[in-house]
Design a protein around this ligand. Structure first.
Ligand code: SAH
Length: 258
C-alpha cells in the first residue's frame, strides 16, 4: 500500500551470482519490504511474485532509463529495489543510479538511497577455484560499449606489467566476437604463456562450468557472456594432484616481473 506522504526509497541490491543462499540477508529483507522491483529481465525473474509487489523487467542496455524510472517511482512514495546480479557496484546499476540522480530532478536528492552489496562474480569464481585473487589483483570490464577498446588493451597491458592477477568481466559476446581473441593474443605476447587462466561460467548455478589451463592453451571460445575469466599473476599456481588454484600472499623481494 502506498501512502501519499510516505517517503519513497531506492535500494540498489546485488542478487549474487545465482545461488539463493549467496544472497545477503539485508537484500532479501529489502525485497520482502519492496513495493516495486526493477531490473534486467533475467534478474527480476529471480524475485518471486507476491501480492503488493510489482515487478518491472526491462531490457539489458537501458540502465539510465531504468534508474530514472526507479527514482520517479520513489519520488511518488514507492519502496523500490533495483536488482543487479552479483554486486550492484561492479559494472552494474549502482553507478547508473547515481548518474541519474546527479542529472535528474533536484528533489530526488532527498530520497532515501541505499546500496546493498552482493557476491560479485570474480569472488564467487575465486572461491570455487581456491584463492587466485589472494594477493594484488584488478578487475577489467572487456566490453567496449562504454569505452574505447584501445583503453581496454592499455589497461590489460599495464596490468601484466604490474604483475596483477586479473578478473575479466563481459569477456565476449555475439556482438563482439573478436575482441577477446585480441586480448588473449596480447596476454600471450606479453607473458611466457605459462600463466594460469581460469574460465568460470555460470558460477553457483546448475550450468556452472570451470576450467583452468595455461595461457598458451587458451582459446577465445572458452569464454562467453556468462563467464568471468581469471588470469593469474606470475606467482599463481595449481596445487598438484588437486584443482586448487591460488596466489601466495607474499612476493619474494627482487622477484622478476615477467
Ligand atoms: N554486477 C555483476 C557483473 C555484471 S557484468 C557482478 O558483480 O557479478 C556481467 C558479467 O559478469 C558477465 O559477462 C560475466 O563476466 C560476469 N558474471 C555475472 N554472473 C556470473 C556468474 N554467475 N558466473 C560467472 N560470471 C558471471
Amino acid at each position: 500500500m502506498i501512502h501519499e506522504n510516505q517517503k519513497g526509497s531506492v535500494v540498489v541490491a546485488g542478487l549474487g551470482p545465482g545461488r539463493d543462499d549467496w544472497i545477503c540477508p539485508s537484500v532479501q529483507k529489502a525485497i520482502d519490504q519492496a513495493t516495486d522491483v526493477v531490473g534486467y529481465g533475467p534478474y527480476v525473474s529471480r524475485v518471486p511474485a507476491r501480492e503488493g509487489l510489482t515487478l518491472h523487467a526491462t531490457d539489458n542496455r537501458v540502465e539510465l532509463e531504468r534508474a530514472r524510472h526507479a527514482l520517479e517511482m520513489a519520488a511518488s512514495g514507492h519502496r523500490v529495489v533495483v536488482v543487479s546480479s552479483g554486486d550492484p557496484g561492479v559494472f552494474a546499476m549502482a553507478s547508473a543510479l547515481f548518474e541519474a540522480l546527479e542529472e535528474g530532478e533536484p528533489l530526488w536528492r532527498s530520497l532515501d538511497v541505499e546500496i546493498l552489496p552482493g557476491v560479485t562474480a570474480m569472488l564467487a569464481a575465486a572461491a570455487r577455484l581456491g584463492a587466485p585473487l589472494g594477493h594484488d589483483f584488478c578487475a577489467i570490464n572487456l566490453s567496449d560499449n562504454l569505452k574505447p577498446f584501445s583503453l581496454i588493451e592499455k589497461r590489460v597491458s599495464l596490468s601484466v606489467e604490474a604483475d596483477f592477477a586479473m578478473a575479466f568481466y563481459n569477456p565476449r559476446s555475439k556482438a563482439r566476437p573478436h575482441q577477446f581473441e585480441k586480448i588473449l593474443d596480447l596476454l600471450k605476447t606479453q607473458t611466457k604463456g605459462d600463466r594460469l587462466i581460469s574460465f568460470a561460467r555460470a558460477v553457483s548455478t546448475a550450468q556452472e562450468h570451470i576450467k583452468t589451463v595455461p595461457l598458451s592453451e587458451a582459446t577465445p571460445d572458452m569464454a562467453d557472456m556468462r563467464t568471468v575469466v581469471i588470469v593469474g599473476s606470475s606467482l599463481t599456481r595449481q596445487i598438484s594432484g588437486t584443482d586448487f588454484v591460488y596466489t601466495p600472499r607474499s612476493t619474494p623481494h627482487l622477484a622478476e616481473v615477467e
